[in-house]
Design a protein around this ligand. Structure first.
Ligand SMILES: [Zn+2]
Length: 226
């Protein structure tokens, strides 16, 4: 059994690096794509969400808070290993336009550093808490190599806290090349996800990362999308 287990582990290790990221294989110019994005994590329900996404072969984008990365590094490591895109959602979730430059820079930089430490990669995407932003904030994010990602539809899942309502909101907001804002710290969002993924697939959507929506184009630092 031990030898067999070892052989399997070796085989897995050999195969893994050769596998391209699933999202890169979907051509959003040809098929209907939608990006599911999850903010404010990682939290207590994030592991369950990752299992759902893995089982359904869905890649998503997570905008993480630095202090939560520090609390749950294993989940973030897993997120990266499973092919999800990771963005910066500041260290402590302040409304950035009210802060001084140095404070904004610090919020972003500390988060870049902890994500890099845990995953080996530095985020190229940033989402401002509450969507509160201005040219100064976008510029400071750009200084750290990040583009700003907003959304085309917000579910208000944190307010709804109801699986049926969250499901209805996502289905209403879904559109080709859409970016849907949800929160993996809302348990009902995580609970409804298996059903919701089936619903969206039935409607013809390929669920991809934000970067996959860009069809190979790279966002410039400081640029805002969508
Ligand atoms: Zn947030």
């Amino acid at each position: 059994m031990y030898v067999r287990g070892l052989a399997m582990a070796l085989l897995t290790a050999m195969l893994l690096p050769a596998l391209p990221a699933q999202a890169a294989e979907v051509d959003c110019a040809k098929v209907k794509c939608l990006a599911l994005t999850f903010d404010d994590g990682p939290g207590p329900s994030t592991g369950t969400l990752l299992s759902t996404l893995k089982k359904s072969k869905v890649k998503a984008t997570f905008f993480l808070m630095g202090k939560h990365v520090e609390e749950r590094p294993a989940l973030v490591k897993r997120m990266a290993a499973e092919g999800h895109e990771i963005g910066n959602h500041t260290w402590s979730h302040p409304s950035l336009p009210t802060l001084f430059d140095e404070e904004i820079t610090q919020e972003l930089k500390a988060t870049q550093e902890v994500v890099e430490k845990v995953t080996g990669r530095t985020p190229a995407l940033f989402r401002p808490p509450y969507g509160n932003t201005d040219a100064r904030v976008a510029g400071l994010a750009g200084d750290q190599g990040m583009a700003q990602v907003l959304w085309t539809g917000t579910t208000l899942d944190w307010k709804l806290r109801d699986q049926k309502k969250i499901r209805a909101a996502v289905l209403r907001l879904a559109k080709r090349d859409g970016v849907i804002l949800m929160h993996d710290v809302v348990p009902q969002t995580v609970q409804v996800m298996p059903t919701l993924i089936k619903d969206l697939r039935k409607r013809g959507y390929h669920l991809v990362t934000v970067s996959a929506l860009l069809r190979g184009r790279k966002l410039a630092p400081g640029e805002t999308y969508p």
